[in-house]
Design a protein around this ligand. Structure first.
Ligand code: ZN
Length: 172
């Protein structure tokens, strides 16, 4: 196994440079079991979720801020920066399995909480919702009309009775 000294991603022995880093950092062989390696990249609650799952399993881990995301937290005030979750190389496989288990890593891809994917997910949801409110609105309208009709009948019965009672009282 090899890893990128900059972003700490793991690569196969036949890989030569890091595809993740802009300057295509050279890969180094992993010699030490304690070498921190990049398990995944996460942000916000997903990061917390991954970290607590790792801690539950007794795997030491560290979150390292991704270089290119400083501006986001400065603007929003909320820390939405992406972090690289690092684990010792010796615990990588176990940590990987845990992350697959909690859904933080999808099996067909080593990358998780991919932003692009989240955006397409949101789009799909909003498309569905565009159809939903219309039928929901129609159903609500029907319900409201039915309720109003019912109230009208009740009112008619109540006030009608009053009117008749008054009429009768007026007679005596
Ligand atoms: Zn790299």
């Amino acid at each position: 196994m090899k890893y990128c000294n900059k972003c700490k991603r793991i690569y196969n022995d036949e890989d030569l440079v890091c595809e993740n880093c802009k300057n295509k950092s050279k890969l180094l062989p992993i010699k030490d079991d304690n070498t921190p390696v990049n398990l995944l990249t996460a942000e916000g609650f997903e990061l917390k979720r991954v970290q607590s799952a790792l801690e539950d399993a007794g795997i030491p881990n560290d979150a390292e801020l991704c270089e290119h995301n400083y501006s986001v937290s400065a603007v929003t005030g909320y820390d939405q920066s992406k972090y690289n979750v690092l684990v010792p190389y010796s615990a990588y496989e176990q940590a990987y399995d845990i992350c697959v288990g909690i859904g933080a890593i999808k099996l067909d891809d080593e990358q998780i909480v991919d932003n692009e994917e989240n955006i397409t997910d949101n789009k799909a949801i909003s498309n569905d919702e565009q159809f939903e409110p219309m039928s929901r609105a129609k159903r609500t309208t029907v319900r409201v009309v039915t309720a109003l009709l019912f109230l009208g009948l009740v009112a008619l019965a109540v006030f009608g009775t009053d009117f008749i009672m008054n009429l009768i009282k007026g007679l005596f």
